[in-house]
Design a protein around this ligand. Structure first.
Ligand code: UDP
Length: 466
């Protein structure tokens, strides 16, 4: 080897050594839709960038540590949810309580890690705003992971001001009004709509955005081409780098962090179905409906005549004592026999990638939305809470790759929506558009692509911290 080559090689080695001796500490918000992208990011930081990883977690929805032998884990006490069983979904609006209670145990835990390791930075969920004060106190940089889209974050950021100016009063009577600065988002899409605790929610939005503004950088599970106008808008508002390094699921599968056991028989069933004939139906890990809506879903599916794969998660019907699938009437089962498959939890990414799937009826959670886009599957949306109404409006009216059933729907709406999505020229157009996005998503991860470049920049940014 020439002397310059040796020097170059040595510089490369020492940079690599520096990285494996540098630790990044991650703290996810304990909900399935937040844990999954945080673990995907942890894998990216470790396997792609070479950083050592520590994960801080609470018992509630705690991860299966044995599936991640390459990470260090630190359990902190969680007084808010200590009585809950570990694997139930994180219900209600516990964000404020969780923040109030987690800051101190998180600080003690971080103190311990810092006493034995070089920590480059912490990465915490945007929802965990109280971790910013901990980072400031310990003088350690905090990077924020926002697990939803940029378009909803930009709107969330505006909520406190919209509230202050009185724009959010009497929302019910103005439900269909398009918010002037954020077309096509309507007033009814804001998560405060129909909520009695407007002040509490506004305070939470305000805390999330105020504390995020103090962090060192922001990461999104999105890609530049998908949300460029909103990324530009956000970058104008924030004095920090914003890294769009998604789609995460195309780097590391969501299945690794699945809290429920995937029923793989759904894939065997899909193998028997015709090309792009099946509607996949799943409402994520938290959404729960009342029994009347559940039956509207069931009969809408039955009346559509379309084959379907339906995930009925335990606990997905409010207040139901028996298993949801037991509430399906006998005549319904007869009607759909031979063209239906019902499971409690599916390997969603594999389902969406299956050639038999032609549409996805989703609750419009951000992970599901990204997974559907990455597999080129057009959607029908029935949003339930949080950012889902905004996502549903955005995919249906901006990207035009989905039909929006809105939050309230009847079996007729379902039947009509499925017909439009799966059998009409309008549905075929949506399919064409989402197929183009699938290609863009794949291209942005390859060498020279936008997410590839953003990841390189993030790696350098972290190395220069501290
Ligand atoms: N998911 C799954 N199997 C299912 C239903 C959902 O693996 O049967 C996964 C899905 O792939 C996604 C996550 O659960 O990664 C749901 O996240 P999302 O943000 O869409 O919704 P949330 O559960 O947070 O409401």
């Amino acid at each position: 080897m020439e002397e310059t080559q040796i020097e170059f090689h040595w510089r490369g080695c020492s940079r690599w050594l520096e990285k494996i001796m540098s630790r990044v500490v991650l703290f996810p918000h304990p909900g399935q839709g937040h844990i999954t992208p945080m673990f995907q990011l942890a894998n990216i930081l470790h396997h792609t960038m070479g950083f050592a990883i520590s994960i801080v977690y609470t018992q509630h929805n705690g991860p299966d540590i044995s599936r991640h032998p390459h990470f260090n884990f630190h359990l902190i006490s969680d007084p808010v949810t200590a009585n809950d069983s570990p694997n139930i979904p994180f219900r209600g609006n516990p964000i404020k309580r969780f923040n109030d209670h987690c800051a101190r145990p998180f600080k003690l835990c971080l103190d311990g890690i810092l006493s034995s390791d070089t920590v480059r930075c912490i990465v915490t969920d945007a929802m965990l705003y109280s971790t910013q004060a901990v980072a400031d106190e310990l003088n350690i940089p905090r990077i924020v992971l926002r697990t939803a889209g940029v378009h909803s974050f930009v709107l969330y950021a505006a909520v406190p001001l919209l509230h202050q100016t009185g724009y959010l009063t009497n929302m019910e009577a103005r439900a269909e009004e398009v918010i002037p600065e954020f077309p096509p988002i309507k007033l009814k899409d804001i998560p405060l709509f129909g909520d009695n605790d407007t002040n509490g929610k506004v305070e939470t939005f305000s805390n999330i955005f105020t504390e995020t503004k103090k962090c060192s950088a922001l990461i999104f599970n999105t890609f530049e081409e998908l949300e460029s106008p909103d990324l530009a808008k956000l970058r104008r508002q924030l004095d920090m780098p914003v890294f769009a390094i998604g789609p995460f699921n195309k780097r590391f599968s969501a299945a690794e962090t699945s809290m429920l056991k995937e029923d793989r028989s759904s894939i065997d069933w899909l193998d028997t179905q015709a090309l792009e004939s099946v509607l996949y139906v799943s409402f994520g890990s938290i959404a729960a409906m009342d029994k009347t809506t559940f039956l509207e879903v069931a009969w809408g599916l039955a009346n559509s005549g379309q084959p379907f794969l339906w995930v009925i998660r335990p606990g997905s019907i409010n207040g139901a004592a028996s298993a949801a699938s037991e509430m399906l009437p006998g005549e319904w089962a007869e009607e759909v026999s031979g063209r239906s498959c019902v499971v409690e939890w599916a390997p969603q990414e594999k389902v969406l990638a299956h050639s038999a799937v032609g549409g996805f009826w989703t609750h419009s959670g951000w992970n599901s939305t990204m997974e559907s886009i990455c597999e080129g599957v057009p959607m029908m949306c029935a949003p339930y809470f949080a950012d889902q109404m905004i996502n549903a409006r955005w995919v249906s009216e901006v990207l035009r790759i989905a039909i929006n059933l809105e939050r309230v729907f009847t079996r007729r709406d379902v039947e009509e929506g499925i017909r439009r999505l799966m059998t009409t020229a309008e549905g075929a157009e949506m399919q064409r558009r989402v197929a183009a996005l699938k290609e863009t998503a794949a291209a942005c991860l390859g060498s020279g692509g936008s997410s590839y470049e953003a990841l390189e920049s993030l790696s350098m940014f972290i190395m220069e911290l501290g």
